[in-house]
Design a protein around this ligand. Structure first.
Ligand SMILES: NC(=O)C1=CN([C@@H]2O[C@H](COP(=O)(O)OP(=O)(O)OC[C@H]3O[C@@H](n4cnc5c(N)ncnc54)[C@H](O)[C@@H]3O)[C@@H](O)[C@H]2O)C=CC1
Ligand SMILES: O=C(CO)COP(=O)(O)O
Length: 307
């Protein structure tokens, strides 16, 4: 690589932040990985940052934004968000929270079928980086692309973010489907019908339909709903095995964002009168109102309709 090494600060040293740090180190950039448990203060790790990448879970986004607003962000910095979640207080996506807190900075969304354990094993993968500022997105593309990690650019940050976020709700349902051993036909039907549900919500919120057929949409839906590595899938699988949510979460490695996302999604759908049958059953299941079998039965027994 001929480009000058950049200073990249990653906020959130969980599974995804750590894997992204390894990717960014590939081209000899100066990577600083910060978590709230680090001895350094946040101010000292963002000094001179060319890129500030947030890989905190949804619960950490607003607290981190508030901390950064009290500091001076370097003028040239690009903000990157890799969180897949919805804010329960505002129902907004992380990129919208970042952009409204830092209106003068480019915000880039990084999202794709990227199970961090596979990336850590250096298995091939692809992702999308999206921004209304294409120059910023292309800068991030070059920083993170390696011969094992192919990075595509698009100009729909909201759609890119919503694909990766809303599929977590479906991944819980997919885990239930596999945990109940419902078979390949059922799984194909679930994922295929989930896509228009995601698109219905995503386009209502302002995303472009085409984005949901790309890596961050269909791509991430396939990866997460078919992998036992997915924490959201593990939640559904465990529920289908008769475990309680508390038991599952006690042994889960990292965050299953789909639980919070289901609540926020159902809130949005209720307020805006959007039809989200799969999310509704996941919501009722997570609240303990119905069993996994009842959730399946309810989906199958709805009024017949055209495709
Ligand atoms: N692990 C994966 O395969 C992938 C994860 N993601 C997304 O990335 C985000 C993080 O996921 P993981 O790293 O797997 O989760 P994790 O649970 O391993 O790490 C979460 C990180 O957020 C930090 N955090 C949480 N609340 C905070 C707060 N109030 N202040 C400061 N930091 C706080 C934690 O300290 C931790 O470093 C999630 O939104 C997830 O959906 C996206 C793609 C892949
Ligand atoms: O988003 C992911 C893969 O793209 C990670 O999925 P989980 O958060 O369900 O592990």
């Amino acid at each position: 690589m001929t480009e000058k090494p950049k200073n990249i600060t990653i906020v959130g040293a969980g599974m995804w932040g750590t894997a992204l740090g390894v990717l960014a180190s590939h081209h000899h950039h100066h990577v600083r990985l910060w978590s709230r448990r680090c001895p350094e203060n946040l101010a000292s790790v963002i000094v001179d940052a060319d890129v500030i990448l947030s890989a905190v879970s949804m619960g950490g986004v607003t607290p981190i934004i508030k901390q950064l607003q009290d500091l001076n962000l370097p003028k040239k910095a690009i903000i990157v968000t890799a969180t897949k979640g919805l804010d329960p207080a505002t129902t907004l996506t992380p990129s919208r929270l970042w952009q409204s807190a830092f209106p003068d900075y480019p915000v880039v969304v990084l999202s794709g079928p990227n199970l961090s354990k596979e990336i850590q094993q250096n298995l091939p993968a692809a992702t999308a980086v999206a921004s209304t500022d294409l120059t910023a997105a292309e800068t991030i593309q070059v920083i993170f692309a390696t011969e094992k990690f192919r990075v595509y650019v698009n100009s729909d940050p909201l759609g890119t973010e919503l694909g990766g976020t809303l599929k977590n709700v479906v991944a819980i349902a997919a885990g239930v489907c596999d945990g109940l051993h419902l078979g390949t036909n059922a799984k194909a039907a679930l994922l295929t019908r989930a896509l228009p549900e995601i698109i219905r919500v995503g386009t209502y919120l302002g995303a472009e339909k085409e984005t949901f057929f790309g890596l961050s949409g269909l791509g991430d839906l396939l990866a997460t709903c078919n992998s036992p590595l997915s924490r959201n899938y593990q939640v559904g699988y465990g529920l289908a095995q008769g475990k309680t949510l508390e038991e599952i979460l006690a042994h889960l490695e990292g965050t299953a964002e789909g639980i919070n996302t289901t609540n926020v999604l159902v809130q949005i759908a209720t307020e805006q009168n959007l039809y989200v049958p799969i999310a509704t059953q996941v919501y009722r299941l997570l609240r303990g109102e119905i069993s996994p079998l009842t959730a399946v039965k309810s989906l199958m027994e709805r009024d017949l309709k055209s495709e």
